[in-house]
Design a protein around this ligand. Structure first.
Ligand SMILES: [Zn+2]
Length: 269
């Protein structure tokens, strides 16, 4: 697939850069390399869709194939609504328009957006771009754009230095806040993953449980420290902190203790 070819070319350039930039200013190099990679990957995605249709407004550029375009208006509306809601919470305005690609073929989206082996996703965020599997006449699922835009905003706010559980928890929290929909509400767990396990290979864990835990922790942070607590953690991630340092500085609590508190009432159910 040509996108992969151009990305692998990009990967070689990036590896060279990584070697050149290794060590002295490690974190800044990582941020630099990530934003460079993101820029290349994003350009590759959209280059692939050069013959597709394009719809553009102040906030987004939508690329899609095929004749029907019935989703353009609802998607534009969802993007506008989501950005309004996300601005209230994150107080962040993206510098660029967000690229959204409607993929007619799920396999193609899955490959290009590097989706894991979890349950099929209706949409995904990857490297500055949002992919949506063509709903083929049905409306785009409520909350999907809000969820993916939360990943987009957090990625840019942290320069990519963010653990998967945090961004997934925040995206699910936004779905709850705006649409009152709670992830795996009926699922009860007597135990959860440790923070260390969650920060291992997140996407290989039991998806429903790992996502529920992430959501509960972010919700706990918001309810006890406000969105300001979440924004402070994000600011610390941007400075290069790992979770323990970011949480300790923002909320004056140990991250493991925060997880215990956030999950104790859930475990007691
Ligand atoms: Zn997500």
């Amino acid at each position: 697939m040509s996108v992969f070819r151009s990305i692998s070319k990009t990967a070689v350039i990036i590896l060279l850069l990584m070697t050149m930039l290794a060590n002295p200013v490690k974190y800044n190099s990582r941020v630099f390399i990530y934003s460079l990679y993101k820029g290349f990957a994003r350009a590759s995605f959209t280059r692939e869709y050069v013959d597709s249709h394009e719809a553009e407004d102040d906030e987004m550029r939508l690329l899609y194939e095929g004749k029907h375009s019935d989703f353009v208006k609802p998607v534009a509306y969802d993007v506008e609504t989501a950005f309004d809601k996300l601005f209230e919470d994150f107080q962040y305005i993206p510098k660029d328009k967000v690229d959204i690609i409607i993929y007619p073929d799920y396999e193609e989206m899955s490959h290009i957006m590097a989706l894991g082996s979890g349950s099929p996703a209706l949409g995904a965020y990857y490297c500055g771009t949002i992919g949506i599997h063509d709903p083929k006449g049905a409306p785009v699922k409520q909350g999907l754009i809000l969820h993916e835009l939360t990943h987009y905003i957090i990625d840019y706010m942290t320069s990519g230095n963010v653990p998967a559980w945090f961004t997934e928890g925040a995206a699910l929290y936004e779905e709850y806040r705006v649409y009152k929909r709670e992830w795996a509400k009926s699922m009860d767990y007597s135990d959860f993953y440790s923070l260390k396990e969650l920060e291992g290979d997140f996407y290989k864990l039991d998806e429903i449980k790992a996502y529920k835990e992430s959501y509960l922790v972010v919700k706990y942070i918001v309810q006890n420290y406000g969105m300001e607590g979440v924004r402070k953690i994000i600011a610390n991630f941007k400075e290069g902190d790992a979770t323990h340092a970011a949480v300790k500085d923002a909320l004056a609590i140990d991250a493991d203790a925060l997880f215990d508190k956030a999950l104790e009432s859930e475990k007691a159910k």
